[in-house]
Design a protein around this ligand. Sequence first.
Ligand SMILES: [Fe+2]
Length: 312
Amino acid sequence: MNDKFSRRRLIQALAASGAMAAASPVLSRTAWPILGSERGPLRIVFYTDVHANPDPETAAALKLAAKGINAWKPDLVLGGGDLVEGDFHMSAEDVAPSWDAFMAMHKAVKGEHHVAIGNRDLVGVLPKDGSPPIADPRLMFKQRLGLDRTYRAFDARGYHVMLLDAVHISDDQYKYHGWISPEQQDWIKAELSRIPRGKPIILTLHLPLLTAFFGATKGMTLGAPPNRVVANNREVLALFAEHNLVLVLQGHLHVSELLRWHGTTFITGGAVCGRWWRGSYYGTVEGINGITLHPDRVEWEYIDYGWHDARP
Ligand SMILES: [Fe+2]
């Protein structure tokens, strides 16, 4: 960022406009119309890409993140995956201290709280000793969060909230693809068939269903690799074509982005860990999203929860 658009000047401008009534600085804010639920308002905090690890610095950051989430007083908290800093080579044992760190944050967050799975939350896919993958690389995620399935749906004040599992293990150079399985697509169809046609829907998943990130950073003629986005996004979005999909909350890219297409707003939610605990990434600082759904509009803001990397 140059001086003209520096973060300090943005914060000063927001403070002058009265946008900083809360303790944590709001870095971006906007609103747009929707056909929402008459039972609103519904206040949601959406956070993503925590990358929890056993580092004491991270524990301090996660305490601040939980405090920032609670200070916003949400009715519902949604997490977008990559909760821990695991990887496909790690065993359940290797990643256990990172899960302890994440669960401390999870427990500190008050109220209703649901999280989607990210690629970093799978373990034992490619064991270091060359042994075959473990029977269920998602088991740790499910066990720690008390879940029997990684995709699910619930009602929140007249909104149908759906969490998807967008990680598909592949045997190519990418190791995984963003992909919504046929089994999940059947489940989506069944869910949609039993809710009223106009009911507003919120989707939460780890890899983006739609993004301008690769156009902006690589060039508009280049597509995204299959491990960075949901590769069968058009197929998935077509399932919602006759429905009121108001919001898609997505992560993975660690940048804050808003994109509106066919009446749906896609929010790429930045990252709790910013640039993997090393500052900001493409101008997005460590932050969380505050979203208020009114019957006629959505208000969204990206909030600096107060932790910044001070390490050299
Ligand atoms: Fe991530």
